[in-house]
Design a protein around this ligand. Structure first.
Ligand code: ADP
Ligand code: ZN
Ligand code: ZN
Length: 756
């Protein structure tokens, strides 16, 4: 039997992962040893037994085999933080495909000396009445726009603080937030300090910016509704019985989910345990943070992209030492080394940013459930439009479903009109705005109310349709749309099928068979042709390239600096705009035609979110959905704001097609500098995979078939059983390891978020 050797690491920290020692695996351990396991090894001259962790196992001895020592045995599992982190890394390695080192680097924070960044804050010194009188003064004067904006914001903060906390301390706002988000100059802030309205102060560490008197944690003023209370009690009871579960909390925006999270977190803290709150970066607004800060005071901390690596490390150290109980952040917050996690909350659970785009391509949902398993914690997933995965599992009883149906913030669901764009063309309207939308836009402009125009262009790249009848060119084998390639051919990215681009529409014979190209800039121009005096703001990949510009555009719109905000999917998140009473969705079906099995789900989510942006304030809202496929179920159910019906139809399609969550899918991506070599390797790997008697689709060139002169190929392996996919992946890795091919790279993506 061939000898086995294991790379073992003794000092587990992000920086020392490359310092491994090799030991021989004794025969009795050959079948049982796995990466991530904790072992006893003889170390140093005295052969003292110490603890180490297995990173990789192989058959090649890197040193003199005669002088390579044996592993003494498997060590007792401690329950300390490090063991849990290692166990998590091993789980990630196994389930998502990466080396143990890559997985550990994902899980462990990089050690950095904390650069003492100064954090500056503004404390509000005046009460609401004094602020209001100062505001009135400024409004009467000229050139005080910045001052008016700042005072308005201070007033809002005051109100927010009083409503949400009832604490007697002063409202405190991060300085940076005022300069970047409200776009207010230092001179304006200084002038208000001189006027005695505020005080500017700095602290050395990134701490809670809200001061509560005596450090006391403020009690919420409001009582939970009975629906909210039932959820809280049920989850805490499970925790107390030692039977925590994964829960799906389905409730529209404003239905009180965040309030439930906070009550649960409080319960968890009372039990001496900690909580992790995942919020996608884009939804991590200051308003949300303030609610957590004012409830949990100094015991809560935040991870986001404005944190330096040093500060990130500092946060982890504080968590280890027990200085904080709650961490809020995007998916990487999962790896906060808390000693005893009691609850993980994952808000906006359906967001695709929860899946890592680099190896290991882990999904925060499954990873959160694993973290919870290691700690004996509960997981609460929250969303207004749950992912198919989450709802499917809730239906199967793997997750427990809770529903909140009432909107507590007031406002009503908007009236939605669906406009058939084919009909418009027949009536002779060639504009990108339907008659209905034009009429409603004119109405809002005359009333001084705001509108949002949403261009749904997700995944539109290359898809081809008939302008006369809306027919989309599709793959006859896969039920996904074909993409246009430079060579005048249409191609399927799932199976490789291709055909020449038709000269006329196969359905109606029209010559207008085209790819869709309209961008936000074009829409802005057309809008100005129709309404010359309209004030617009534009938000897309181009206008938000610089840091902070995203927030700037949103706050400018919130302050009424434009009548119409035009943007891509970015605008459906973030701020509430109470003065928006009209939402127009241009080309609702663009995302439907993406060559992707998730197209329907994504379209439904986007449309639901977009439509829900109208009528958040006191004025009722309306929405117009322009589409070539008014009868498509994703459009119909989004217009009716009916999640349940959408789910029923979508899951049928997934079951029939064998797509996640009904089945599992592994994308194998091949990257090669040499096109022919890449293609051959993809072919050879696909043949290998077929030997496992799993279903294999492809290979085919990837949607973007070349980036930076690297050719990309992809094939998909499908199976009902996730473990079968892991086995396939392991075998392909072995096959690759035996060959040591130069200049090619292979990556694995389990249940990918989009086609490749
Ligand atoms: P979601 O997270 O579902 O969007 P939130 O928890 O933010 O909902 O609640 C929406 C609004 O309703 C917030 O302003 C919140 O303060 C308020 N709210 C939540 N629960 C209650 C309650 N039980 N009574 C009164 N107001 C509530
Ligand atoms: Zn046609
Ligand atoms: Zn196909």
């Amino acid at each position: 039997m061939q000898e086995q050797y294991a790379d073992i690491i003794v000092d587990i920290s992000h920086e020392k992962l490359d310092k491994t020692f090799q030991y021989r695996v004794p025969e009795r351990l050959r079948e049982v040893l796995e990466p991530g396991m904790c072992v006893q090894i003889p170390f140093g001259n005295g052969n003292r037994l110490i603890k180490g962790y297995v990173l990789e196992i192989g058959t090649r001895c890197k040193f003199d085999p005669a002088r390579t020592k044996d592993i003494a045995g498997i060590a007792e599992k401690d329950v300390d933080v490090t063991d849990k982190m290692i166990a998590l890394a091993a789980w990630i390695r196994k389930n998502y495909g990466s080396t143990m080192i890559q997985a550990l680097k994902t899980v462990l924070p990089a050690k950095q000396t904390v650069k003492k960044l100064e954090h500056r804050y503004v404390e509000v010194l005046m009460n609401a009445e004094e602020l209001r009188s100062l505001l009135g003064e400024s409004m009467r004067k000229k050139n005080q726009m910045g001052r008016v904006r700042l005072l308005t914001a201070l007033l809002e903060q005051e109100k927010e603080r009083r409503e949400n906390t009832g604490a007697s301390g002063n409202a405190v706002i991060p300085y940076r937030w005022i300069t970047t988000k409200l776009n207010i100059s230092a001179a304006t802030i200084n002038s208000l300090e001189k006027a005695g309205a505020i005080r500017i102060f700095t602290t050395e560490s990134f701490r809670n910016p809200v001061t509560c008197e005596d450090g006391a944690i403020s009690r919420p003023l409001r009582k939970l509704s009975s629906a909210q209370q039932d959820i809280v009690e049920s989850v805490l009871k499970d925790l107390d019985c030692g039977n925590p579960k994964t829960y799906l909390l389905h409730g529209i925006t404003g239905s009180g989910k965040t309030e439930v999270y906070m009550e649960l977190i409080e319960g968890v803290i009372q039990r001496g345990r900690q909580a992790i709150v995942l919020i996608p970066e884009i939804a991590l607004t200051y308003q949300t943070l303030l609610r957590f800060y004012s409830r949990f005071g100094d015991r809560v901390s935040v991870i986001n992209s404005t944190l330096s690596a040093g500060e990130r490390y500092d946060q982890c150290e504080r968590a280890k030492k027990g200085e904080i109980d709650v961490i809020i952040g995007p998916r990487s917050a999962l790896f906060t080394p808390f000693p005893n996690v009691g609850l993980i909350v994952m808000d906006e659970e359906h967001e695709s940013s929860y899946k890592s785009e680099s190896t290991p391509k882990y999904h925060a949902r499954e990873t959160a459930i694993e973290v919870a398993r290691l700690h004996g914690a509960g997981v609460v997933l929250g969303s207004a439009t749950p992912s198919m995965e989450a709802f499917y599992r809730a239906e199967k009883g793997q997750y427990q479903l809770f529903t909140l149906t009432e909107r507590l913030t007031g406002g009503t669901l908007p009236t939605v009109y669906t406009v058939d764009l084919r009909e418009e063309l027949r009536k002779g309207n060639r504009s990108i705005f339907s008659e209905k939308l034009q009429r409603l836009l004119a109405d809002r402009l005359s009333k001084g109310q705001q509108s949002i125009l949403f261009l749904n262009r997700r995944g539109y790249a290359g898809f081809v349709s008939c302008r006369a009848c809306g027919e989309v060119m599709k793959c006859p084998h896969c039920d996904v749309s074909l993409s246009e390639h430079g060579n005048g051919r249409l191609m399927c990215h799932y199976c490789g099928y291709s055909e020449p681009k038709p000269k006329v529409c196969p359905k109606c014979g029209s010559k207008y068979v085209l790819g869709f190209k309209a961008g936000t800039q074009q829409i802005e121009e057309k809008l100005k042709e129709l309404f010359p005096s309209v004030r617009t703001l534009r938000m897309d990949g181009d206008t938000t390239k610089t840091k902070g510009s995203y927030e700037e555009i949103l706050s400018a719109f919130a302050e009424g600096e434009a009548d119409v905000l035009i943007g891509t999917q970015m605008i459906v998140k973030g701020h509430d705009f109470p003065n928006v009473t009209l939402v127009g969705v241009l080309a609702a079906d663009l995302s439907l035609s993406a060559s992707d099995y998730r197209a329907g789900e994504r379209t439904f989510q986007l449309l639901t979110q977009a439509v829900g942006r109208a009528g958040r304030g006191e004025l009722p809202g309306e929405a117009v959905i322009q589409t070539y496929q008014p009868e498509h179920y994703a459009v119909v159910h989004a217009a009716a704001q009916d999640y349940g019906s959408f789910y029923q139809e979508e899951i049928l399609y997934r079951e029939l097609g064998g797509y996640p969550p009904a089945a599992n899918m592994l994308a194998v991506q091949i990257f090669a500098r040499n096109e022919k070599m890449g293609g051959q390797l993809a072919q050879a790997l696909a043949v290998q995979a077929k030997e496992d008697a799993v279903q294999v689709l492809g290979p085919a060139p990837a949607t973007i078939s070349k980036i930076n002169d690297i050719y990309r190929f992809v094939f998909y392996i499908k199976s009902g059983d996730y473990d079968r996919l892991i086995q396939s992946k392991d075998r392909l890795e072995c096959w690759l390891a035996e060959r040591q091919l130069p200049d090619v790279q292979v990556q694995f993506d389990f249940n990918p978020m989009s086609s490749m």
